[in-house]
Design a protein around this ligand. Structure first.
Ligand SMILES: [Zn+2]
Length: 501
């Protein structure tokens, strides 16, 4: 990224300590980090200043910071540049290729527009042609009549994969295909299963609901010609992308206190809460920490491609030797910490609420956060420790973990509205994974509080790892991510199941 003058000015303004280059000698003269002092440096204005930059970055790529986009690359450069300016960290860009697949579709039949869904891996196309119904369920080449050539194949869901239907339609030279649901609702989260299929080239394809399909079928069965207008915009390609890893030059590198958040958004929006909030909170702490010295080394991981299935964090953890993994004392995750209708949720490290407990030490981390909220007279609640954010790969290798979360698409209860204010019966984040996850989608008070809680946990463990076991870890034989397909993995993001297959 080319750095503009305003960018540098902003960087310096946001990071008052940036100009003071550290070396080993000055580090030792600084006071040992303490929680109260580090927390006190958190400022709403600074957090919002970074958020405005993130929003600008999303505008470089049509309103997204999805991995592989200009908006995401600018986010990564911004973080790396600011951290480098402090001179306090050894920073690293860990760059690797990964498959990007994203798209959208529209469809109208005889000028009536229907809600339409794209299939992962589906190709782009723009087709206006007659609809030709396909026999049976379109699972066999013989189901496709000769007249489908140059037309839009109209296919029912069922029996065989979407990918085979799209490939057989392509093989029969259909110009496009609609796969309609065999139930009244829409098919959500559909996928062709792989970038290509041996049965033929994919026709541009999209899905509509079974209810809408009934209307079209009624016309077709009555012998009425139906002209379909199908438009699919999609990109499926390998893209290079980077994690940013920053480790304090000072502190004991055999006892690393690690925190992370993800730098990418979903393709649908700018991701200012998800996970601009967690990333910016951590960045802010990382830019304040240079005022202090640390006993234990502190490392920050700014992960890419979380929204494609914890790709960056998994890539990082898999790149470590067992010895390097052992040096990481614990991992703290901050993914969505400013949801507009927020809850103060802490990952259930001891398993007391949801039954899934983390590696030994995770309970201690949960308690550290609980005690902090209590000390501020704030109510907190546990949230499932499911591995569905960047802490998952750390859990998989037995590293004690924890973190904070303010909620996504789930609705706030009446009781929670009494605890935290906001609206009962409304999602914690009504703009979760949507275009409207912008500057207006931040609860700044929750954001400041959670950033302080994060600062507290980092400062506490940077001083002392009392309560965190440092012996040999027992590691499950198979990680929860291994063996998952690209599509299944893509559902493994941001703590929530948002699609059904
Ligand atoms: Zn997220």
């Amino acid at each position: 990224m080319k750095l503009s003058t305003s960018f540098i000015t902003l960087a310096l303004a946001l990071s008052p300590f940036a100009a003071a280059q550290d070396d080993a000698r000055t580090i030792s003269l600084k006071p040992l980090v303490n929680s109260v002092a580090l927390q006190a440096l958190t400022s709403k204005l600074t957090l919002l200043g970074h958020a405005r930059e993130f929003l600008k970055f999303s505008q470089l790529s049509g309103g997204t910071r999805a991995f592989g986009s200009k908006g995401h690359n600018a986010t990564v450069s911004y973080i790396k540049t600011l951290l480098d300016l402090t001179g306090y960290y050894d920073t690293q860009l860990q760059t690797f290729p990964y498959l990007f697949s994203s798209g959208s579709a529209t469809f109208a039949a005889n000028n009536e527009e229907f809600t339409t869904k794209w299939f992962t891996y589906g190709p782009s196309g723009d087709v206006t042609a007659l609809l030709v119904p396909v026999a049976n369920l379109g699972c066999d080449a013989s189901d496709y009549p000769a007249e489908v050539e140059g037309k839009i194949a109209f296919i029912s869901r069922g029996t065989c994969p979407f990918g085979l239907k799209a490939a057989l339609a392509g093989s029969a030279k259909a110009a496009g295909a609609i796969i309609y649901n065999n139930a009244p609702e829409l098919i959500s989260g559909g996928t062709l299963g792989a970038p290509s299929n041996d049965a033929g080239p994919y026709a541009p394809v999209a899905s509509i609901s079974g209810a809408d399909a009934e209307k079209v079928l009624a016309l077709l069965n009555a012998g009425t010609a139906v002209t379909g207008k199908l438009h699919v915009t999609a990109t499926t390609e390998t893209r290079y992308t980077s994690n940013v890893i920053a480790t304090t030059k000072g502190g004991d590198k055999n006892n690393i206190v690690f925190s992370g958040g993800h730098t990418d958004s979903v393709p649908e929006g700018p991701g200012i809460n998800d996970d601009g909030s967690g990333t910016i909170g951590l960045l802010d702490i990382a830019l304040r920490l240079p005022l202090f010295s640390v006993k234990n080394a502190v490392r920050f991981g700014f992960w890419t491609a979380e929204e494609f299935g914890l790709v960056g964090s998994e890539h990082y953890v898999a790149s470590l030797t067992p010895e390097e993994q052992q040096k990481i004392a614990l991992y703290l995750n901050f993914d969505m910490i400013a949801s507009p209708n927020f809850g103060y949720f802490i990952y259930d490290g001891d398993g007391s609420a949801f039954g899934t407990k983390g590696p030994d030490g995770s309970a201690h981390i949960e308690k550290t956060f609980e005690d902090w909220f209590k000390s501020k007279k704030l109510i907190s609640a546990p949230t499932e420790f499911s591995g569905r954010s960047d802490y998952g790969p750390f859990l998989d290798v037995g590293i004690p973990s924890g973190g904070l979360f303010t909620g996504a698409e789930v609705k706030k209860t009446e009781e929670q509205a009494k605890w935290w204010g906001g609206e009962a019966g409304v999602s914690y984040d009504k703009c979760y994974h949507l275009k409207c996850d912008d500057l207006s989608n931040l609860h700044t008070e929750a954001w400041v509080q959670n950033t302080r809680a994060a600062a507290h946990s980092i400062a506490t463990y940077a001083r002392s790892l009392d309560g965190i076991p440092r012996g040999t870890r027992s590691v499950p034989s198979q990680s929860r991510l291994q063996g998952l397909s690209y599509d299944d993995r893509k559902h493994y993001s941001c703590g929530h199941e948002v699609f059904d297959l």
